[in-house]
Design a protein around this ligand. Structure first.
Ligand SMILES: [Mn+2]
Length: 274
């Protein structure tokens, strides 16, 4: 069962008595890039760490899974990240021992900054029972198609609304979209399974893709802003092959704020983004 944590960009997955807390897109060291432009702000790592610690003390998960982009620079490592990333994790393991990471596109050379006990899984993801998790800048691994639900990060979904007084609001959101398993199977060159009708011979054939829904999770680093899911005109189209594909019906996807308020479908919200 997947339960978004109210007022946090975090979600809890309960699987066979195990509680897995999922967060994504920490982008530690993001503010260091600003100093090159002459804008100096102190490291935001302590605030992000304290927010994760608060969350862990509230939820008491068995495992913390970070869905990629732990740090901000892509392949090299900034001096400040050499300080902040190890400090972040050495403080965090005091509160939760089982931490695992799925590699994001910003996580090149991440391992030297981590305690050795923290594994880094490939960006194409891993499965926990009915839930498949991956970062989102690449396709999920084929074995994730066996999971009913996929969860990705990477696009930092937000919604933007513009009113007649000229005020523009932007807020991080959860996006829940339907996945067309047939289309996805085509993309993977995989035969779509026939539904199981009870016949034992057919049962085997029903072990094909059963993936049917996708959750896109908001960015944990609240300094970063994001990409309005209801505004396509600015910037490139979605920076995720799965979201660009026909397998996802983004127009009819549900959009909700972090406090749980349902805002509407993506296509309805597009009319308010101008
Ligand atoms: Mn990313």
């Amino acid at each position: 069962m997947l339960t978004p944590i109210k007022d946090y960009p975090a979600i809890l997955f309960s699987n066979q008595g195990q509680k897995i807390l999922l967060i994504a897109d920490l982008h530690l060291g993001w503010e260091m890039g600003l100093s090159k432009k002459g804008i100096h702000v102190p490291s935001q790592m302590p605030k992000l760490r304290d927010r994760v610690v608060r969350l862990v003390s509230k939820i008491h998960p068995d495992k913390l899974l970070i869905l990629g982009d732990v740090k901000h620079t892509i392949t090299k490592t900034e001096l400040g990240e050499w300080r902040d990333v190890p400090q972040f994790f050495s403080d965090l393991v005091e509160h939760i021992r089982d931490i695992q990471i799925i590699r994001g596109n910003h996580d090149g050379n991440l391992e030297p900054l981590l305690p050795p006990a923290i594994p880094v899984h490939p960006a194409s993801g891993i499965a926990f029972g009915e839930l498949g998790v991956f970062h989102g800048h690449t396709w999920p691994s084929k074995k994730l198609l066996k999971c009913r639900t996929l969860l990705m990060a990477h696009v930092h979904p937000t919604v933007t609304l513009f009113d007649s007084f000229g005020f523009r609001m932007m807020a991080p959101v959860w996006v829940k979209a339907r996945i067309d398993a047939g289309e996805l199977s085509k993309i993977y060159g995989q035969k779509q399974a026939k539904p199981w009708t009870g016949d034992k011979k057919l049962k085997k054939r029903s072990l094909g893709p059963k993936v049917c829904q996708l959750f896109v999770m908001p960015c944990f680093n609240h300094f970063l802003g994001g990409r309005p899911i209801n505004k396509l005109s600015t910037g490139r189209k979605y920076i995720s092959p799965l979201l660009r594909s026909k397998a996802i019906d983004l127009d009819s996807a549900d959009v909700s704020l972090l406090d749980g308020s349902f805002l509407g479908k993506v296509d309805q919200l597009r009319t308010l983004a101008q």
